[in-house]
Design a protein around this ligand. Sequence first.
Ligand code: ADP
Ligand code: GN1
Ligand code: MG
Length: 367
Amino acid sequence: MDIKKQIELAIQNFNFEGNIIKSEPLNKGHINDTFYIECKLENNIKKYILQKINTNIFKDVDKLMENIVNITNYLKNIVIKNGGNPERETLNVIQTKDNKNYYRANDGGCWRAYKFIEDATTYDLVESPQDFYESAVAFGNFQLLLSNFPAHTLYEIIPNFHNTVDRLNKLKDAIKNDIADRVKYVQKEIDFLLEREKDCHIICDLLDKKELPLRVTHNDTKLNNILIDNKTKKAICIIDLDTVMPGTVLNDFGDSIRFGASTALEDEQDLSKVECSMELFEAYTKGFIEGTKNSLTDREKEMFPIGAKIITLECGIRFLTDYLQGDTYFKIHREHHNLDRAKTQFKLVLDMENKWQQMKDIVKKYS
Ligand code: ADP
Ligand code: GN1
Ligand code: MG
């Protein structure tokens, strides 16, 4: 069935108000298929987000959606208590007509819907250090808000999601199997990684030794997973809650740096443009520490540069693995897209290594 027909069918199963007048794909995000939907009522227009969930990745959609509904309900209560706007400051899941958290079509496709948050934008590249600072305060605050969330009620949706050692082992398997016959193109990248094999163990070891606390973390804190208000420029809503799971705050801090402190897009082909900006690193560090209101341990803050470097290395490993496996995980839009993405990550790692002392000094300044 073509995608238009699938969307129509999905829409019929949700409690959307009015008649559908527009549905268009939003080509953002590497995982799910996201559509913007407009419905007309007599005197106004209602807007929604409809998402086809990637069931190759999210095998248990019941559990995935149970997590998201529990988290958004929890956040909603806090927003209301604080006098905020629950329609804008957290995602709102729309139920299906038969009161389910998502719609499963006959072809097995799984669809969910959210209220559309208006007058706000997600960015793939930072426009100003101030915006990035605002996103840091919001991600820090998100961490703080979830610090009392009953972690035992959360399903671990993707086990070992940020287990860097496991990611490296999967890459080694992909190299051995070489099913797409691409290892010949990536020897330089493999050598780069093998020189840093020891680094891949740092965070896993600290977690094993309980030197880092497990918290409820977002695990995918890139800039295009936060909506920034078009007028006030404040970061208003954290989205993409698929991977909220117990984890370390180092990954949340680090992933924001990996994506947002880069001076170029994640898939930039001209590597001379790719750097980790210290101005942006500083803006984020300041905002994140403010947002978490000193709830983090000294050890966690001290490890921020490590967090940034290791998650960047890990993300590069994941892009490279997917490239070697024939691009089955991350959506691609051109040939060698995943390799281009992996290369930017390794360039960032190298740049962070060159700026290590500066990164440490910045963290110290705000700790
Ligand atoms: P993916 O898992 O594929 O990254 P996301 O959940 O991040 O998908 O959604 C993709 C994009 O859709 C976001 O970057 C954002 O621009 C937009 N989006 C998602 N949810 C909403 C919402 N409730 N309101 C407005 N825009 C949204
Ligand atoms: C994916 O869904 P999206 O595009 O926000 C991925 C993240 C990666 C990111 C790299 C569930 O995030 O882990 O860091 O791409 N999400 C999942 O840009 O694997
Ligand atoms: Mg996303």
